[in-house]
Design a protein around this ligand. Sequence first.
Ligand code: SF4
Length: 486
Amino acid sequence: MSAMTKHVYLEARKCLRRGWFARNAPEAIATDEASQFHADEGVEVGLQARHLYPDGVAVEWIGLPGTLARTRQLMNDPNVNVIFEATFATDSYVTRADLLRRHELGWKIGEVKSSVAKPEVEDDLLDDLCYTVMAASRCGVNVTGASLLQINPAYRLGMPAEALFREADQTEAVNERLAEFSALWAAARDGTDSPGPPEATPCTACSDCPYYDDQCFGRDVDYSVRNLPRLQRPRLVGLLDAGILDKRNVAGEFLASLNERHQGIVQCVKSGMPYVSPKLRAELEAVRWPAYYLDFETVKTSLPLYPGVAPHAQVPTQFSVHRCSAPGVVDGHAEYLADPACDCRRHFAERLITELGAAGSIIVYSGFERRIIGELAANFPDLADALRAIQTRLFDLLPIVREHYYHPAFHGSFSIKTVLPALVPAMSYSSLAIADGDTAAVKFAKMARGCYGPEECAAIRRNLLTYCAQDTMAMVEVHRALFQEC
Ligand code: SF4
């Protein structure tokens, strides 16, 4: 039987069955390049925090008994005041504290997070910290303080290590929830230790449960009710309570209780035919031709890649523009891919202004491009007028699809990668070497950090250009196909 970890406990707190799967049938650990990069970033931020305490001592993992003994030894050494990765275990529970510092007559626990510090602390971060405090306390540690260390949004490359983190004392907030956490100690351990999973009971945690589709209510269901777009949690619980798992089984009072959009989706799935709103054509005809189909790629890292860039800031790196004189009639293509060695935001903005001409709709698929253009205008005041003029021409296809069209093959998703094969079966992303935005961003970040040789970089650049061009060509084709549907 595997140990009770923070992840298992926090899952069990939401739903015992969820905790059981986390403990007994953990999700496969993603090993793709993008997931590994994000995991490595978290490790790197943790290591950076160690620079705050040059005299601190790290507890290396040497198997549980040895690691526990080493932790005890360091805590008993009066010359050691700061311990990294102090490890505690009792009663099947295990925890490791990022930072353990001597504090008053006991110890202060610190959790290091790679997210940016915000004025309001997110609940899940407090939950993380509370778990560590609870488990360490149960192991006999006199915890006299608890805090979160997050990335300081004002940090810029070149600043000292102390400027990278913002620490916020959370002792009071943790103490407020500690009794509730402790009350679940035995139930979470025993409930996740049974030979089989506890019975499935509908609850609000079903809404974002990672086990829903493969291990629970969504298993072997073709058109799961959970993926009704933006379905409120209590409404999902009501449907599950009534045993309605598939959209095709929503009828009577349950159908009547859904909003108009959801009712349309249910009818569409039942009939197997797309739903087309009578307003779709008018919405599509609002485009002014020639139209420019525009897509951006960006890179975002916890520790900035370039001077003057904030942690986690989205730096635009790439765009593709397909110019069309009528639906589906392409008469030009332009693209841009930054040099990863330097911050190319200004060059990006200048090229964008040049390539988008002076008139005609600029078709995007989400509000992302509008936001990035606004940030560029704020960064480069001399380009702001031209960039704001671009913003006035933006035409977002996504809300039109969301409101006025539905295909059973969407399965609740309006992502261009789902919409494209449903509307244009001849096109898909499946054969691309880079097929999603996260991978594109990670490849770029790794080029900027010098992780690849010249030949690999050249191949990645080709693949990035192909991927971004596919996104705008997908928009061209989806737009054309939508015209044919109405
Ligand atoms: S889908 Fe719901 S009942 Fe099933 S494991 Fe997840 S949260 Fe628990």
